[in-house]
Structures are given as structure tokens and as C-alpha cells.
Design a protein around this ligand. Structure first.
Ligand code: P6P
Length: 350
């Protein structure tokens, strides 16, 4: 992992400009879209850092499209991103995990060729207890860039492999932006005294295998037997000392995935008897996190197939997710499909 020395002083603006040169057909519109998005992240980071001081904690008294209580910071982050992005003229569609359907763009502004999907504040149940939370974003280019009309829901419901960029911001002990435009993953750390994101890790690569697993063990009694097998396997000491794995679970996908990208291992939110499709949303959380994971050399699966190949059926679709080190995810898939050697040895021949 190439830790960038501060001497290089590469800001996100300079990095975006340099990335633009990688795409000779780039018109600068994508760069301006990212700059607008960075402004939103700066504003959200400021509010998150002083949430306890300006009465922005707690609940709004409303619920979102999933029936979940909306917290004040959720609502603030949603509004900030919408306001920062709606006037730039770079978008033909925008959708947020916190609202239903596509967000209406101002009729007076031109339509661009990009589609933005975002989870404004993921992990928001952790807001009041000062645990890392995050913003997740996903960007597509409309299929016909010559069009100047609003995009339709069909334009938006695209497999994750068609994302042109995706990433997340971690609001934790420091504010970290992790994103990819398809040329690997770069990590930026925010300096609030300057309002700048500085490049701190270039071309982040996930270890091929880790020693941590991340899952809500409280759901264990509802898991499929094959998943039980896998988790029991991770907990069983091995002769090479590689197992048992350690359990690390924050309950904020951005924080859990950020750790997996750096240290390796596997993050899971599986289906269970109470959540037959898992809990995480494909379009707003899983596709962008899967894109970044693959760009870092990792693997992202729903247990049987590649997340980024899933053809979405609705904006609010949930999917099971297993993502992280390629060897760990492949091993999880072998268990989940009942074909791991330890399962075959135990299964009596028919
Ligand atoms: P549970 C946060 O609410 C979230 O959407 C993800 O960030 C996180 O991974 C998951 O839900 C945690 O869910 O059921 O373990 O509390």
C-alpha cells in the first residue's frame, strides 16, 4: 500500500484534474460534479464534528421510505447533497436512500449526463454515541449522453459494473474520503483547518486474505446452516495459526468495510429467516462499496454471484453481501454453496 508522504500535497481538486487527463474525451463536467460533491462532504463533516454542540443529534420525528426513524443529521446530510448537486447542471437524475424515487431537479437548470445515487449518512443509529458513520455515493453515466432530458428510472436501474465512479466518506477519528473512477482506489484525509482533502494512500490494495470477520452475530440463530458452517470454521483454531479469526463489527457498513479494505478479511450482511434479502440496499450501499472493493483487488458477492453483475429490479432492493479479501470471499462462497471440502467430507454419499 503506497502511503503518500505529505510532501506531495496532492489535494482532491488536483487529483481530480490529474484524473481528468487520463480520459482524453473528458469534458470537465465529471470533474465539476466531483467538486460539487466534495463541497457537500465538507459541510457534512463540519456538522458531524460538532453534532453534540449544535442540537443536531436525535430524531426528526419522521421516518424514511423503509420506515426507519430519520435522525436530524440524516436529514441535514440529505439536504446538503441535494442542494450542492441540483444546480450544477451535471445530473440527469439523483436519488437518495432517505427519499422515495428520483429527486426532482430544478426545471430551470440544464440536464447533464450523470446519475448520482447516495446514502447521505450510513450508520446513523451510531450518530448519538460518537461512532464512525459515513456517506456513500455511486455515479453512472446515462446511456445516451446526447440526451438533455430527465433520466428515467430505467436509466438509473443499472448493474453496478456500469458505475463510472463510487466511494464513501468516513466521519470518524479523522474524515477520510475513499473513491475510485475505475483506475484503482485512492484515499484522502480531510484537514478541517484548511478545508482540504489531501491524498494519503494511492492505489489502495486489499490483502489477499485477512484475519478478521465482520457480521452481526446477534442474528446467528436465524442464519442458514451453510453460513453457520462458515462462521464456525472461522472460529476453529487451525494448525497454521491462521484461525480463529477475530470478530470486528461496528454496525456501520462504511466503518466495517473501511477496516476490511485496509486490513483484509470479510464483511457480511447475509440473508436470514427475518431478512430473506439481507438488509443493505443494492443501489445506495452495496454497489458502490462493491465497486471500491473490486477496484482495490477484492471480491464482492451475494453468496453465489458477483454483486456488480446483479440487474437491479427496484431502487430499494436489498441484497445479501459478502465482500473483502478475494480468498476469504471465495471461501465463504464455497461454504454457502455447500461445496467446501469440510462439508463434502461430512455429507454421507447419496
Ligand atoms: P444491524 C446501518 O444502519 C446499516 O444500514 C449499515 O451501515 C450497517 O452495516 C447495518 O445497517 C447494521 O445493521 O442489523 O447489524 O444493526
Amino acid at each position: 500500500m503506497a502511503i503518500v508522504t505529505a510532501q506531495r500535497l496532492v489535494t482532491i481538486e488536483r487529483h481530480i484534474a490529474e484524473q481528468e487527463h487520463l480520459h482524453p474525451h473528458a469534458t470537465g463536467e465529471f470533474s465539476r460534479l466531483l467538486r460539487d460533491l466534495m463541497l457537500a462532504f465538507r459541510l457534512i463533516a463540519r456538522e458531524v464534528s460538532r453534532a453534540g454542540l449544535n442540537d443536531i443529534l436525535g430524531l426528526t420525528g419522521t421516518t424514511n421510505v423503509y420506515g426507519e426513524a430519520v435522525r436530524k443529521l440524516d436529514a441535514y446530510a440529505h439536504e446538503v447533497i441535494v442542494r450542492a448537486m441540483e444546480h450544477g447542471g451535471h445530473l440527469c437524475a439523483m436519488a437518495s436512500e432517505e427519499s422515495d424515487g428520483l429527486i426532482a431537479l430544478p426545471p430551470t437548470r440544464p440536464r447533464g449526463k450523470y446519475i448520482l445515487l447516495f446514502d447521505p449518512l450510513d450508520g446513523s443509529t451510531n450518530i448519538d454515541v460518537n461512532v464512525t458513520i459515513g456517506t456513500i455515493f455511486s455515479i453512472y453515466r446515462r446511456r445516451d449522453p446526447a440526451l438533455t432530458t430527465d433520466a428515467t428510472l430505467e436509466d438509473v436501474l443499472r448493474p453496478g459494473c456500469e458505475q463510472v465512479a463510487a466511494g464513501y466518506v468516513c466521519y470518524g477519528s479523522s474524515v477520510t474520503l475513499v473513491y475510485s473512477t475505475g483506475n484503482g482506489v485512492d484515499v484522502f484525509t480531510y484537514d478541517p483547518t484548511l478545508g482540504e482533502f489531501f491524498l494519503t494512500i494511492e492505489k489502495l490494495r486489499i490483502p489477499r486474505r485477512g484475519t478478521h470477520y465482520s457480521i452481526n452475530e446477534g442474528n446467528a440463530k436465524r442464519w442458514a446452516p451453510e453460513l453457520q458452517d462458515y462462521i464456525d470454521y472461522l472460529k476453529t483454531p487451525s494448525h497454521d495459526q491462521h484461525r480463529p479469526y477475530s470478530l470486528r463489527y461496528v454496525g456501520s457498513a462504511v466503518a466495517d468495510v473501511h477496516r476490511v479494505l485496509h486490513y483484509g478479511g470479510i464483511f457480511m450482511y447475509p440473508a436470514d429467516r427475518a431478512n430473506p434479502s439481507g438488509k443493505l440496499r443494492l443501489m445506495f450501499e452495496v454497489n458502490p462499496l462493491a465497486f471500491v472493493t473490486e477496484q482495490a483487488g477484492g471480491r464482492a458477492s451475494n453468496g453465489c454471484c458477483r454483486i456488480l453483475d446483479i440487474r437491479p429490479e427496484s431502487l430499494r432492493q436489498r441484497v445479501p453481501v459478502f465482500l473483502g479479501s478475494p480468498e476469504d470471499v471465495a471461501e465463504a462462497e464455497a461454504f454457502l454453496q455447500g461445496r467446501h471440502i469440510l462439508q463434502r467430507l461430512r455429507t454421507p454419499e447419496a
